[in-house]
Write a protein that binds this ligand. Structure first.
Ligand SMILES: NC(=O)C1=CN([C@@H]2O[C@H](COP(=O)(O)OP(=O)(O)OC[C@H]3O[C@@H](n4cnc5c(N)ncnc54)[C@H](O)[C@@H]3O)[C@@H](O)[C@H]2O)[C@@H](O)CC1
Length: 580
């Protein structure tokens, strides 16, 4: 993105200086917040009002991220701080200003990172080579390692492989030093060890940041997979008017491109959901749609999966759908009606009855606890065919996805039919990583190592709109102008429990059924946001400071899918466009 900015004539080293200056300002503020405005007496006792007593330890690598680090050292030193730069991957001659100038003159122009190093050295910033600590039994870095603030400028967005040797050691040492000194850990752009494009961390080895100062634009990897476990709080430093550049990139991308093409790399971060419009006074239950949930089977005398259909149905109702019928195994009708007397019931195996109801319903949600045996597969095929014939919007989850994968392996015609159908009618599919792996005939680690590529491949293979569930769920919506990908910025690890996926499918179906809402309000990304915000409400992670949600507070451990419908209603009552 920034390349377009440089093409307009802007100077890259100027941008690096601007970035470092702004980061130095933030570091000073963060220092005050940690050591002064704190509840902890231990932290307060460490506060040094005299700036010259404040210590920063800045760890730099050889790329531009390291360049940012050198300049931060320069600006903090100008502000009076005691600064030590810890370098990794440098030769001793890299610090000889005459030598670097000579090499630059003869071979290549000087890089921004080298210019930054020279600025810092000329200003007499202290540095120590991390490599030296390994050859010295008494650990010559010991003194330098003691600091109030540790700044990670080892790797930025150029980090792309597992750290080995000295790089592995330096990441461990950084984290240890932060812990030993009860200090503040600040990552420049992205924590080192986290892959910016995928959110992958190799062998759980990455800088554990308290704060990440994110330059120019949010990195996808900060929000998906391991990203949220390492980045801490994120502060944006936009630097350039990238919205203009982004809009241009998006419009280029959307000109009729296939979703599987490489140029759909930009994912929008979802932080807000649209406020739902009020209902018309002159309306009735039929005005808000009729959802048919198909699932909750009992296969081969097993205990069965009635709960999946019940949870999905309860969440559908919580979103405000007008009517709901659940086609599940007859054994579960009693349980269903006890917990959800507002629902109607139907025997899952009564194919005539279910197909007749598909004609009436406005949305079909299928697969939650449907079962994976051949009988369930036959039901799935019949009901999907009926829904396509009746032109009904479809939500496919859980065992439905399993059957789709199996039909795809059989080259069954339903796969092509569904893909063609999804061009004109809503089809929403909601796998977690394991289901996505089955759908694409891959293993889970392949899926997890590139979630963005996975969701694109799912959409290209099967058509329709997709959610790839997990930490930082991804959403792909195929719109008339091309595909839009979102990464969900809400939700929490408490939601990693059985039944949460059933709840999501219910929210998707419930919103889709309500034709009085705008298409944005009925969208898949809106459903994912409501689901995530509801989970955050229950563990008090909702970002809205003035919300009084203590009555709902449960916490991450022990959060159950059955707690969600109340929280969904709560989020929708508040109006979900207020979170930020
Ligand atoms: N492009 C721009 O306009 C700006 C970039 N800035 C900074 O520049 C950074 C990107 O700089 P670079 O592209 O130089 O990338 P990095 O600074 O992340 O470094 C990349 C280098 O590290 C090596 N490397 C990657 N993984 C490794 C591993 N596991 N072990 C050992 N070496 C490894 C690569 O081969 C490459 O030589 C950003 O994150 C940001 O901090 C900022 O200065 C702001 C402006």
């Amino acid at each position: 993105m920034e390349q377009a900015w440089f093409t307009e004539g802007h100077d890259s080293f100027g941008l690096m200086k601007q970035a470092a200056w702004q980061m130095a300002q933030h570091i000073e503020q963060l220092y005050e917040q940690k050591y002064l405005n704190t509840q902890s007496s231990m932290s307060t006792s460490m506060y040094r009002s005299d700036t010259s007593q404040r210590k920063a330890s800045i760890w730099v690598g050889r790329g531009n991220n390291g360049g940012d680090g050198w300049l931060i050292a320069y600006y903090l030193r100008q502000a009076g701080w005691q600064v030590t730069v810890i370098t990794v991957g440098f030769e001793t001659q890299n610090f000889d200003i005459n030598h670097t100038a000579e090499v630059s003159n003869t071979a290549h122009p000087m890089t921004d990172a080298t210019k930054a190093l020279q600025v810092a050295l000329a200003a007499r910033c202290d540095y120590q080579r991390f490599e030296d600590s390994n050859s010295c039994p008494n650990d010559s870095l010991g003194i330098a390692l003691s600091a109030d603030v540790y700044i990670d400028a080892l790797f930025g967005i150029g980090f792309d492989r597992a750290p080995e040797g000295v790089y592995e050691q330096v990441i461990r040492r950084f984290n240890d030093a932060v812990q030993q000194n009860n200090a503040l850990a600040i990552a420049v752009d992205i924590p080192s060890g986290l892959v910016a494009d995928t959110g992958e961390v190799f062998d759980r080895l990455a800088i554990q940041a308290d704060i990440t100062l994110c330059l120019i634009a949010r990195k996808f990897g900060l929000h998906t997979k391991d990203g949220m476990d390492y980045s801490g709080g994120i502060i944006d430093i936009p630097l350039i008017p990238f919205q203009k550049v982004f809009d241009q990139a998006a419009s280029d991308k959307n000109d009729g491109q296939d979703v599987n093409q490489a140029n759909v790399p930009v994912a929008m971060l979802l932080k807000t959901a649209h406020r739902l419009t009020a209902r018309r006074q002159n309306s009735y239950k039929g005005s808000y749609g009729h959802v048919l949930v198909i699932g909750g089977n009992r296969v081969d005398q097993s205990q069965g999966m009635g709960g999946a259909a019940i949870l999905s149905a309860a969440s559908t109702m919580a979103t405000g759908a007008g009517k709901i019928t659940v086609a599940c195994h007859e054994r579960f009708h009693g349980a269903l009606l006890t917990s959800l007397p507002d629902a109607m019931t139907l025997n899952l195996h009564d194919t005539d009855g279910v197909e007749a109801l598909i004609k009436e319903a406005s949305v079909i949600a299928i697969g939650m606890g449907l079962g994976r045996d051949e009988k369930a597969k036959a039901l799935f095929i019949s009901y999907i065919n009926a829904a396509i014939a009746e032109k009904k919007p479809l939500v496919i989850d859980a065992d439905g996805l399993y059957h789709l994968a199996s039909l795809s392996r059989d080259n069954h015609e339903l796969i092509t039919q569904l893909r063609d159908y999804s061009v004109d009618y809503p089809v929403r599919l909601t796998p977690h990583s394991g289901e996505a792996a089955t759908l694409l005939d891959k293993n889970i680690s392949e899926v997890e190592s590139d979630r963005l590529a996975t969701i694109k491949q799912c959409a290209a293979t099967y058509g329709g709109d997709w959610v790839l569930k997990g930490a930082g769920s991804l959403v792909l919506e195929q719109q008339s102008k091309g595909a839009q990908i979102y990464v969900c910025g809400v939700g929490n690890a408490g939601m990693a429990t059985a039944g949460m996926g059933d709840v999501l499918s219910g929210v998707i179906a419930g919103l889709l059924a309500q034709q009085d809402l705008t298409s944005d309000m009925r969208s898949l990304h809106q459903a994912v946001m409501i689901h995530g915000l509801a989970g955050d409400t229950l563990v008090n992670q909702m970002r809205r400071a003035d919300s009084d949600n203590n009555a709902l507070l449960i916490g991450q451990r022990g959060l159950q899918a059955q707690d969600m419908p109340a929280a969904i209603r709560h989020v929708m009552q508040l109006g979900v466009d207020v979170y930020n």
